[in-house]
Design a protein around this ligand. Structure first.
Ligand code: GSH
Length: 236
């Protein structure tokens, strides 16, 4: 039996899940060698109302970073064991940048930008919903994402400014990776899972949103994602 049951959103665009946080966690599980079984989840049943969450023994645990901490305590820390305090500090800042800023740029590119929404993203979301809700729920969810982006603050800016700010994050990651294979050298850390997930999701989003275009213009990032994919060895 698997050590962990992972509850997540379904995949699309060649990604295991349409949620970067679910991709991050599954990448971590695979790199850390923790046995898991992935199932479709429902955020309404999740401990903190979002996916991913996991079942570990009898416990349900939510939030990808909390889950990674619990997994480290339970199964050991093969990915981050060699990092020093400074590496952890840099990793922490990189993870926060990816998850709490670049993520919102990704949401804008997918949910707000008409090119992606009308170019297939709406239909991708609709396809994941129960049939009777497909006609109206995508628009309601879109309104919710717009409101969240506004509350976060990034959504109050024009598209060009959102892309410019997200591109600053991309350039910071380009500089951080530099000539290295991964953030801290030749082996991926748990922090790489966060950065990789956000980049891989930007890469896979079929749109000409300027933030996605900026990703394409930075081959260092695509090469980094390719190296992560190779190590993670996603099931085909
Ligand atoms: N900080 C959380 C973020 C998770 C998150 O934002 N999940 C989104 C999908 S990307 C979600 O479940 N949204 C559904 C909802 O808010 O109802 C983590 O690291 O797990």
């Amino acid at each position: 039996m698997a050590d962990v049951t992972l509850y997540q959103f379904p995949g699309a665009y060649g990604l295991v899940s349409l949620s970067p946080f679910c991709t991050k966690l599954e990448a971590y599980l695979r790199l850390a060698g923790v046995g898991y079984e992935a199932k479709l989840g429902d955020p309404r049943r999740a401990p903190v109302g979002k996916l991913p969450y996991v079942k570990l023994g009898d416990a349900l645990i939510g939030d990808s970073s909390t889950i990674v901490s619990v997994l480290k305590t339970r199964f050991g820390d093969p990915l981050d064991a060699s990092l020093d305090a400074r590496d952890h500090a840099v990793g922490h800042l990189a993870r926060r940048t990816a998850e709490e800023h670049l993520y919102w740029g990704l949401l804008h590119a997918r949910w707000v930008d008409d090119r992606a929404w009308n170019g297939g993203y709406r239909d991708t979301i609709a396809g994941m919903l129960p049939a009777p809700t497909r006609a109206f729920l995508p628009a309601l969810l879109r309104r919710g994402v717009r409101k969240s982006l506004h509350a976060h603050g990034l959504g109050r800016h024009a598209e060009a400014e959102i892309a410019r700010r997200g591109t600053e994050d991309l350039d910071a990651f380009v500089a951080l990776i530099g000539e290295r294979a991964f953030l801290f050298g030749d082996a991926p850390s748990s922090y790489d899972c966060s950065v990789y997930a956000m980049l891989a999701h930007l890469r896979a989003t079929p749109t000409e949103h300027p933030l996605v275009v900026a990703f394409r213009e930075r081959p260092t990032l695509a090469a980094y994602c390719d190296r992560m994919n190779e190590r993670i060895a996603w099931p085909t």
